[in-house]
Design a binder for this molecule. Structure first.
Ligand SMILES: *Cc1c(COP(=O)(O)O)cnc(C)c1O
Length: 361
């Protein structure tokens, strides 16, 4: 479709074009109901089918056993920073957190606000969060180990998950969920705000191992405990129907058009390598993440000067390549190349980067 840009936004971010077209085509009259998806009841059969299909597809894509449940919660990943310790960290216990950047830091902060005890088992702050720590100082009896699987702002990603000796891992996978196959075994809970790799903003997917539900205290506010969502199929109150519908379509696209997680991962590796191949420590483009910790989703890099970075972002936009400015807290440049960012967009960016370097290098 003409006049759509190559979209490298970090979030909200690109959605697959076939998904947007499907939404458009059925927007005024969803499945002959005579109503838009935004007008039907969340207690109707069409919506029940949507939410159940989204759950089933997630279960199939990740190969989950029936000991896992899928929940849809509002409040973004940021509310999960609060809900996780509220539900799983008793006052007398400790939880281990690995601090790999802005989002991990916020997760730790929210636990502290609740008066909970956290132990930072490892941190990469000493090198400006440019790597994923290898050695963790785990507590003997932690309630859980919290990690951020992909660091959207710093451009790092866990490529191998830590061995926690059976202590459940709780992971913020907001920016890399369903970007690669996953061995679910060590995870007690995974959460992901939809607006990076799953759909539009407004809903957060939670994958929870059912034994975790048994640990949740009864005296929490209804909307802040996972049991409420699990018992009511995420329909205790009105859910964000449209966002869940769009997530369902993205899941369908991953399964049926992209052929599942192995395939999408292979494409994601190719896309990222095209960009990382342009970078070196003493070159025009300098990757900010250490090579063994580089993210396949968010490629962060610097140019020789801040002026050149500004010029790079502006000229790219003129050529229809958008969203390349680094996060305001770190500066530099960032190309977010989630599942929905296709190879053609990355190739267009590579061409532009070569052209820009020739002109200014
Ligand atoms: C974007 C992001 C968040 C914050 O998500 P919200 O849905 O805006 O609360 C948290 N963690 C990670 C890893 C993110 O990329």
């Amino acid at each position: 479709m003409e006049n759509r840009i190559h979209n490298f936004n970090p979030g909200p971010s690109a959605l697959p074009l076939p998904v947007l077209e499907k939404i458009k085509d059925s927007f005024l009259n969803y499945q002959s109901s005579g109503m838009s998806i935004t007008e039907i009841s969340h207690r109707s059969k069409p919506f029940d089918d949507i939410i159940n299909d989204a759950k089933l597809r997630t279960i199939r894509l990740l190969n989950l056993g029936d000991n896992y449940d899928i929940l849809f919660v509002q409040g973004g990943a940021s509310l999960q920073f609060t809900m996780v310790p509220m539900n799983f960290l008793p006052d007398a216990a400790v939880a281990d957190y690995v601090n790999t950047g802005t989002w991990s830091t916020k997760a730790i902060k929210e636990a502290a606000i609740l008066g909970k005890t956290t132990h930072v088992a490892a941190s990469s702050e000493d090198k400006n969060f440019s790597y994923i720590p290898k050695n963790l100082d785990l507590s003997a009896d932690a309630a859980y180990v919290h990690i951020t699987s992909n660091n959207t702002i710093k451009g790092t990603q866990w490529h191998e998950f830590p061995n926690t000796n059976g202590v459940p891992i709780i992971a913020d996978m907001s920016s890399d969920i369903l970007s690669r196959p996953l061995d679910i075994q060590p995870f007690g809970l995974i959460y992901a705000g939809a607006q990076k790799n799953l759909g539009p903003a407004g809903v957060c997917m939670v994958i929870i191992r059912k034994d975790m539900l048994e640990k949740i205290p009864a005296n929490l506010p209804s909307m802040l405990k996972y049991t409420t969502f699990s018992e009511k199929n995420s329909l205790y109150n009105t859910p964000p129907c449209f966002s869940i519908y769009a997530v369902q379509l993205v899941l369908e696209w991953i399964e049926e058009t992209m052929g599942g997680l192995e395939n999408i991962h292979e494409i994601n590796v190719k896309k990222a390598n095209l960009l990382y191949d342009l970078m070196s420590d003493d070159g025009f483009y300098r990757g900010t993440a250490q090579p063994d910790s580089r993210s396949l989703m968010n490629v962060t890099f610097r140019l020789p000067s801040e002026d050149l970075e500004k010029q790079f972002v502006a000229e790219a936009m003129e050529k229809g390549l958008g969203g390349l400015k680094g996060h305001r807290s770190v500066g530099g440049c960032r190309a977010s190349i989630y599942n929905a960012c296709d190879m053609k967009s990355v190739e267009a960016l590579v061409d532009f980067m070569k052209f820009f370097e020739q002109k200014n290098g």
